[in-house]
Design a protein around this ligand. Structure first.
Ligand SMILES: Cc1cc2nc3c(=O)[nH]c(=O)nc-3n(C[C@H](O)[C@H](O)[C@H](O)COP(=O)(O)OP(=O)(O)OC[C@H]3O[C@@H](n4cnc5c(N)ncnc54)[C@H](O)[C@@H]3O)c2cc1C
Length: 404
């Protein structure tokens, strides 16, 4: 097995494949993608809704077709499957678990593209027993689309994000009608018109309703919910936890890289570079969870930056200004700005904790870099386009983002 590369990419989802494609187009050929699953492609492999491809191929595509296309475009860059990266160390050294045991691989640059997952039952602290029949949308899609199995007959869906409606649709494709959708908030998290889909399928959506218990000995038999101060039992055979996305941060948390203490998300600058200049991070790992196309576009951009960096490495002691934000904001991506490079404008991807309409202001000291009114909803990508980083002053120590 080859143990030395110019670039190693961890994860073969849309962002990792895109980075490989951009690197190859820039003449970097000594690349490998390491993937822990048996198949390349990441999440879209098991997404059968035509919600991919519009940005990249200007037409709607199912996730599996999107993956086929992008894998074809990446050409002969090898994707080694069954390779789980278990450790990342200074200066581009990583440890990989595979059939051969534990192997150490080194590269001039490593791109981390480990993606995103939904929050399963345990971190949501739902009481009750531990029967079979508790899934996430991802697991449901794998059962139905990859394994052609129907894991439930009358499930309850927890959550109302876009992916929750994907779960509804996936069930429908398997001939299964959900018993109900449960939302703790006052309105659905996804765009309001999506509630029509639930109505059309005859599935009630209960807002301001909390799941408090899962019942059943061997198999789920019911859920207990709390609504208007009253407890109500809904009989069902499964519970599908949807959304509440979180990045795959396990590798980062065990590493030497700087990361946000509250989440584990790596600190990256506007080029996608981590605190160790040998490492870059891309895709939904940084902003759980954007669309597949958006991750692909970002992977292309960072792949280009890495190719440039290999030809002409950036100064090691690059000044990185942290992006500090107010309590309404959940995160920004990137989380810092490399200030001593030729800055022009940049795009800042932000997320809010609660619904708010206001003016998003990005400042460096008293200098306004961006100011625009946005209607911000939680769980939604809010892209601040054209933040004028030319205006960052030489003695700036941080960038501030607030919603007023
Ligand atoms: C259930 C679900 C449904 C979704 N539906 C849609 C949809 O309909 N439309 C849409 O546009 N977007 C959808 N998304 C968003 C989706 O995440 C993005 O479309 C896209 O897949 C993100 O790309 P990525 O490359 O960042 O990560 P991913 O696609 O998540 O790929 C990450 C890859 O890294 C691998 N990996 C992780 N850790 C390691 C490791 N330690 N070693 C080696 N490999 C590793 C994983 O196995 C995976 O293959 C959905 C997401 C989820 C979770």
């Amino acid at each position: 097995m080859k143990l030395n590369y110019d670039v190693v990419i961890i994860g073969s989802g849309p962002s990792g494949i895109a980075a490989a494609t951009a690197l190859k187009q820039q003449g970097v050929h000594d690349i490998v993608i390491l993937e822990r699953e048996a198949q390349a492609g990441g999440v879209p492999r098991h997404c059968q809704h035509p919600t991919f491809g519009l940005l990249t191929f200007k037409r709607p595509m199912k996730g599996s077709h999107f993956v086929e296309h992008i894998l074809k475009i990446r050409g002969d860059v090898p994707v080694l499957t069954g390779m789980t990266v278990v450790g990342i160390y200074p200066d581009g050294k990583i440890q990989v678990s595979c059939d051969a045991g534990l192997v150490n691989i080194q590269a001039k640059r490593i791109i981390i593209a480990t993606g995103v997952r939904e929050t399963p039952r345990h971190p949501r602290l739902v009481s009750g027993l531990r029967p079979q029949g508790v899934l996430t949308t991802g697991a449901l899609q794998q059962f139905i689309y990859l394994n052609r199995q129907t894991p439930c007959r009358n499930p309850v869906i927890i959550g109302t994000e876009i992916v929750s409606f994907s779960a509804l649709w996936t069930l429908r494709n398997a001939g299964v009608k959900a018993k109900a959708m449960i939302e703790q908030g006052a309105r659905i998290t996804a765009n309001r018109p999506l509630i029509m889909a639930a109505k059309l399928f005859g599935v009630p959506v209960y807002c301001q309703t909390k799941l408090v218990e899962i019942g059943g000995l061997n198999r789920v038999e019911y859920v207990m919910v709390e609504r208007n101060g009253q407890r109500e039992k809904i009989e069902c055979d499964s519970v599908i936890f949807t959304g509440e996305f979180t990045g795959e941060y396990t590798l980062i948390k065990g590493s030497h890289l700087d990361y946000r203490a509250d989440t584990g998300c790596p600190v990256v600058d506007n080029q996608g570079r981590c605190s160790d200049a040998a490492y870059y991070a891309i895709g939904n790992l940084l902003h759980p969870a954007d669309m597949g196309d958006q991750c692909y576009q970002e992977g292309m951009k960072v792949g280009l930056a890495v190719a440039k960096d290999l030809q002409c490495p950036a100064p090691k002691a690059s000044l990185r200004l942290p992006i500090v934000f107010d309590e309404k904001i959940q995160f920004t991506a990137p989380s810092c700005i490399a200030a001593d490079e030729n800055l022009s404008t940049l795009d800042l991807n932000i997320r809010v904790k609660q619904a708010i309409t206001g003016t998003v202001v990005v400042k460096s000291g008293n200098q306004v870099l961006y100011q625009k009114k946005h209607r911000c909803l939680p769980g939604r990508r809010i892209m601040l386009k054209g933040v004028n980083s030319r205006l960052i002053s030489g003695n700036a120590t941080e960038i501030n983002v607030s919603i007023v």
